[in-house]
Design a protein around this ligand. Structure first.
Ligand code: PMP
Ligand code: GLN
Length: 393
């Protein structure tokens, strides 16, 4: 959005990154600070994670759990990830065989692609996409094939899917609930994807970091569908569900052969993840059911405050079924595209949001849209909506 992005002009960047610039999240957060804007851009809560989780990490630090963790995760955490995933998906997950703890879902994505995808393979991505997918595919030397999800429903058609699968397809990446559209893939859509994966012998990688933030519909584990456990790598992390995005604890769950491939990359990327934080994460996964219910209820309220506010200001809002993001159409305000609109928002209105064209290969697809995050307390969301009133003619 401005000229200070470091990467684009740096001639020593490897060719695999030649088409990448500074991530939109870093750029918008920097501009938000510079203009003292309320930051509804980058998705991080303005409230803290639960005390019992933080205490578990502090206790681990003070009781000497400060050396390298086991390569694929501390037993206390892998056991809980396996237990939680088994209970929720109905699969029989063994901690030592199936689980790898990583530095956030971001590292899990990189390890999965580097461990399982060969140069020249094709990987199917849905756009708009979380930006690291495109970079992971590039790091693996693979070729991305895009399926575009379009408003208002962001539905995926059978024709789009059938065209995307070829005899060079190695993997498909499904993010449900989906950032930035808020789409929750339906069971029917996932069943169709599953049948195509089986027909073409394709691996599925699922990013389920918003698995506990579903407002409408149900969260279906692709791995739990018939014949998919052996070809799916399920990724998730702690950050969103426990409002601890800075901890960067994530994981990959997959059958042993796929897990060996993910660990192959993980052991050389980071080897292991911060030991005391894994104790904290284990305590988090022991949270009672009421924690997850309260979490969802609070987010439902935040979502409603924001979407009602945006509609009242004149946006066409696409209410999210899940995640803590909402996409809205800004066309009524007369700006040429999302970048011009977000620049105006930050500099003149005092609210930062993400221009979604950054999440599309075909950037024009995102030009009428803007993404707001609602992982903020209700006071902050109301203050942002107040500022947005100045957009009204
Ligand atoms: N996947 C999606 C869809 C996300 O929105 C994010 C954002 N943080 C991540 C992965 C990264 O997760 P982590 O912070 O655990 O690396
Ligand atoms: N997932 C967060 C978002 O979509 C941001 C993560 C990041 O800053 N890389 O806003």
């Amino acid at each position: 959005m401005d000229d200070s992005s470091i990467q684009t002009t740096h001639s020593r960047i490897a060719t695999r990154f030649a088409s990448f610039g500074e991530t939109i999240f870093a750029e918008i957060s920097r501009l938000a600070l510079q203009h003292d804007a309320i930051n509804l851009g980058q998705g991080f809560p303005n409230f803290d994670g639960p005390a019992f989780v933080k205490h578990a990490t502090v206790d681990a630090v003070l009781s000497g759990h400060n050396q390298y963790a086991r390569m694929f995760g501390m037993p206390v955490l892998t056991e809980r990830i396996a237990a939680q995933f088994s209970r929720r998906s109905g699969l029989n997950i063994e901690p030592d065989q199936h689980v790898t703890v990583t530095s956030g879902c971001t590292e899990a994505l990189a390890a999965t692609f580097l461990g399982l995808v060969n140069p020249g393979d094709e990987v199917i991505l849905f756009e708009p996409y979380y930006d690291s997918y495109r970079a992971c595919v590039a790091m693996a030397g693979a070729t991305p094939k895009f399926i575009t999800l379009r408003p208002p429903k962001f539905a995926v058609s059978e024709a789009q899917l059938r065209t995307a699968f070829t005899d060079r397809t190695r993997a498909i990446l499904i993010n449900t609930p989906h950032n930035p559209t808020g789409k929750v893939f339906s069971r029917a859509e996932l069943e169709l994807i599953a049948s195509l994966c089986k027909q073409h012998n394709v691996l599925a990688v699922t990013d389920e970091v918003y698995e506990h933030l579903v407002f409408e519909g149900e969260h279906v584990f692709l791995a739990s569908l018939d014949g998919m456990a052996e070809r799916t790598v399920t990724l998730s992390s702690l950050g969103k569900t426990f409002s601890l995005t800075g901890w960067k604890i994530g994981w990959a769950v997959a059958q042993p052969e796929l897990t060996r491939a993910v660990r192959m990359a993980h052991q050389y990327l980071t080897f292991a993840t911060a030991t005391p934080l894994q104790f904290g994460a284990a305590a988090a996964l022991d949270a009672p059911q009421s924690y997850f219910e309260t979490f969802r209820r609070q987010y439902t309220e935040r979502r409603d405050v924001l979407i009602e506010g945006l509609s009242a200001v004149g946006f066409t809002v696409y209410p999210p079924m899940g995640t803590y993001f909402v996409l809205a159409d800004h066309s009524t305000f007369g700006f040429s595209d999302d970048v011009a609109f977000c620049k105006h928002l930050i500099e003149k209105v005092g609210v930062a949001a993400i221009p979604p064209s950054a999440f599309y290969e075909h950037r024009a697809e995102g030009a009428k849209l803007v993404r707001f995050a609602f992982c903020k307390d209700v006071d902050m969301l109301r203050a942002a909506v107040d500022r947005l009133q100045s957009l009204k003619p």
